[in-house]
Ligand binder design. Sequence first.
Ligand code: ADP
Ligand code: ADP
Length: 216
Amino acid sequence: MLVARNLTKNYSNLQVVKGVDVTVKQGEIVTIVGSSGAGKSTLLHLLGTLDTPTSGEVWLQDVNLTTLKGNALADFRNRNIGFIFQFHHLLPEFTALENVCVPGYIGGARKNQVKERAQFLLETLNLKDRMDHKPNELSGGEQQRVAVARALINTPAIVMADEPTGNLDSKNARELHQLFLQLRDQFKQTFIIVTHNDELAPLSDRQLTMKDGKII
Ligand code: ADP
Ligand code: ADP
């Protein structure tokens, strides 16, 4: 599904990712753990094309992401990679349903199809009665589930999450973990998750530990 070879990232004369290789299979949940400053977020951003490597390559399915630029890159990313962050960045003026639909509309799919899939995802995430609520009318856990539905709207090949439970209480965090497992089992959804949360590690298929810019 995803192959990264010899990735490096330099910030001026500081190398924060040092020749990392990663291979992820479809349907795998891979977690990236390690202490603060180890380079986890930087690596995730390189894998997700949110940032460009100083050297090395990232392939998603058969596409060399390092060759994509500008609109082609933005379009590919929107269709194929779903992102979940600690802070969900939902649009406050839009309802839950509208928030989930936005990347679908940008992707150019038919409006009715996007809306049907958004409704299906929100129902699956137990938000059937919350679809027409705006973010400030939802609890923290509900907001994060809306963000998960949004990340899945374009049936991305891979979902990348950076501390997705960082802002959740332990009950909501556990529920989000169960949801990731369900999505993997039901849809063979692939995940790469950066986490501090020790509870998530046993749920992952593989755990990568980063230290000082390398996977150890
Ligand atoms: P982690 O996610 O493991 O906490 P990061 O990937 O955020 O680590 O950061 C790794 C290192 O890269 C840190 O030393 C951080 O200060 C540095 N770094 C991250 N982003 C930048 C940037 N935009 N400019 C300069 N240094 C950065
Ligand atoms: P939590 O247990 O996560 O803190 P809350 O007490 O924030 O949950 O919310 C409990 C329920 O009330 C949620 O289902 C949420 O949708 C609903 N709710 C919270 N705030 C509002 C609001 N301003 N308007 C409408 N519904 C709300």
